[in-house]
Write a protein that binds this ligand. Sequence first.
Ligand code: FAD
Length: 285
Amino acid sequence: MIPSAFEYHRASSLSNALALLAEHGEKAKVLAGGHSLLPMLKLRLASPPHLIDVGGVAELRAIARTRDGLVIGALASHADVAASSEVRASHRGLAEAAAAIGDMQVRNRGTIGGSLAHADPAADYPAAVLAFNAEIVARGPKGTRAIKAADFFQGLFTSALRANELITEVRFPETDGAGSAYEKFEQPASGFAVVGVCAQVRLDSSKTVRAVRLAATGVSDRPVRLTAMENLLGGKPWSDQALEAAARQADADLKKVREDLYAKEDYRRHLLRVVARRAAARAVA
Ligand code: FAD
């Protein structure tokens, strides 16, 4: 499969990338790791006249702890995030989500910014950014804005990002000692999530649940919070029985659950209850 013709621009810096994006706007696509965009070009699901390759913009690859929390540059690869000691120390569920993506080649090339911009309903990062209440920072001709994960995903492969905006970083608030984990039941052929759940849970010294956030991917056209399960756990003493009872309601908020050839609605609901229980249990462990 051969993509339609495009003009290739290699951005030399962040400001150069933004200038190219401002110049070509809707006629351009940003190229990061290329692991979602190139297949789309080859299948001619996208035919942008201009490609702006940001892969060489080193300043967008850093992972750092700042007063905004844990800040991950848009070009950090999945492998960078999975291996980062900063990430693993405080946001283990995020590192686990990154480690669960594709295979080694995909993890070495694919980027967090590319994955979020692509907004695949079965991708792993969306569950993690929602569970950690992260903000996706976008820059464009009108300046910089931080978009809450809850507002970022707007449907199937659709996000709040404008055509002339570049994701520059993702900000994860500190977790105040909460444990976290990501569990995924993957489609055996593609490796994408049939269901994936990221859980963040904080207990106090008497083992009462002081904070809990659970988010799932693979079950809808966008990542979703599992608020029924969160409400059953929050403020209550933690126990295996309480977790078991809450996990039985993991899918209670979802009026409709995505179906495909591999997993019909009932099966996906069942998987969601199992995967959510495992993720919450490991977050606490
Ligand atoms: P690209 O492909 O370069 O771009 C993707 C989209 O994002 C394009 O529209 C592009 O214009 C836009 N974009 C990229 N960067 C930016 C930016 N900074 N600002 C604004 N827009 C931007 N994903 C999973 O979650 N789980 C999996 O199990 C999984 N398995 C995979 C298996 C295979 C074999 C392959 C090929 C891919 C798989 N993926 C999986 C997808 C992979 O994670 C991609 O790396 C990711 O979806 C896109 O990141 P990228 O850097 O490659 O982006």
